[in-house]
Every structure is written in C-alpha cells, then in structure tokens.
Write a protein that binds this ligand. Structure first.
Ligand SMILES: Cc1cc2nc3c(=O)[nH]c(=O)nc-3n(C[C@H](O)[C@H](O)[C@H](O)COP(=O)(O)O)c2cc1C
Length: 194
C-alpha cells in the first residue's frame, strides 16, 4: 500500500493538522506495516504557483516538479492530507500542489457528457483544523476538497475535524481529543492493495 502524507500548515510544531496527520499515518502503519509512505511538507518545501511556463512545459525544473507531484499522486492508494483553514479555505501551499496534480488527460478529462475523473480507487483522509467553528456560510475548505476529489474520480474522502481551536485553551484541548478519538473511525481504511 502506498501512502502519500501531505502537510501544509505554516504553524510548525504548534500545528493541529500536523499532529493529526502524524497520528493517522502512524495508525495506518500499525495496521499495514508494509505501507510505503511518501511525505510532502508543502510549508517547508513550498511548490511555486503554477505558471505559464509550467503549463507550456518550457521550463525543465517546472516540468520536473509537475512530473514528480503527478507521479506521487498517481502512485498513492491512500492520501493523508493536513488541511488547516486559513481565510476560509485551504492554504495556498496546498492549492499549489492541487494545481499540479489536476491535469487534463491524466487525472480527469472533459467528455461530451461532462467531466470524468481518472484517479479513482484512492482513499483520502483529510485532517482539517480551524480556529473557529464551521457553519453553513463561509465553508470553502471541506466542500472544496470534496468537490475536487470527486471531480478527479475519488469518492472515498474522510475528514477528521478539529474545530474551535482558537476559542480557548480548554476548547482546543477538548477539540483535539475529540479529533484523536475520531481517527479510529476513519483509519483503518480498507486495504486497497497488499
Ligand atoms: C493566516 C491564518 C488565517 C486563518 N483563517 C482562519 C479562518 O478563516 N477561519 C478559522 O476558523 N480559523 C482561521 N485561522 C485559524 C486556524 O484555522 C487555526 O490556527 C488552525 O489551528 C490552523 O491549523 P494548523 O494548526 O494545522 O495550522 C487562521 C489562521 C491563520 C494563521
């Protein structure tokens, strides 16, 4: 089983989403000792924004970045993604990665009857952390990731949520404890490959 573990928080060791992805991956490794884990820290090694040169494939370094991001994504059976909420959505570092793995003809295609995802069969576990509490308005993180992965053909997307982290230290501790308890429900994921 190939696991792609991605962190995108800029808050280093204080990050809630990093703590949660670490636990999720630890649990996956306990249950699937054969799992191969590739780790991307998109804050420590940020991918540049996609550019015209990236799309035109006129820049060798950019072409190599695209190829690496795409092949890591395509090889993964399970993705574990740390997604903090910054300004109502995911960090731009994570968006820069998404821009490199959403490739027409590779991970989706447009057909006469609508778009078709080509990256099916994967499972995604998102550890989502936010300072406030999500409501019906202004929620562009979880809904965006669900829509994106469905567009790419991935329907099995699970969320571990830690909310209200900035309300008070007590609230943060309780919310993290609740999120940790929820990890048991989302991982183990069903083994996709031995
Ligand atoms: C730049 C920035 C923007 C933020 N914007 C929001 C926001 O829009 N909504 C919210 O609920 N919390 C917001 N927060 C709080 C974070 O969601 C919270 O700190 C959370 O713990 C981030 O996850 P992390 O600890 O993994 O980085 C923001 C924090 C930062 C640093």
């Amino acid at each position: 089983m190939q696991v792609l573990h991605i962190d995108s928080s800029i808050l280093g060791e204080s990050s809630a989403s990093r703590a949660l992805t670490r636990e999720i991956v630890g649990r996956l490794k306990e249950q699937h000792p054969e799992a191969q884990v590739t780790y991307l820290d998109l804050a420590a090694e940020a991918l540049p924004h996609l550019s015209g040169k990236s799309l035109a494939r006129s820049d060798e370094l950019e072409a190599a970045r695209n190829a690496t991001a795409l092949s890591e994504f395509q090889a993964a059976d399970v993705l574990v993604i740390g997604a903090p909420i910054y300004n109502f959505s995911i960090p731009s570092q994570l968006k820069a990665w998404i821009d490199r793995i959403s490739v027409a003809g590779e991970t989706f295609r447009y057909t006469a009857s609508g778009p078709q995802g080509l990256a099916g069969g994967k499972q995604v576990i998102v550890a989502m952390a936010r300072g406030g509490v999500s409501g019906p308005q202004g929620e562009f993180g979880e809904s965006y990731l669900r829509f994106l992965f469905a567009f790419l053909g991935i329907e099995d997307v699970r969320f571990v949520r830690a909310e209200g982290l900035s309300i008070s230290p007590e609230h943060r501790a309780a919310s993290l404890a609740q999120a940790r308890a929820a990890i048991a429900a989302v991982a183990p994921v069903q083994a996709l490959a031995a």
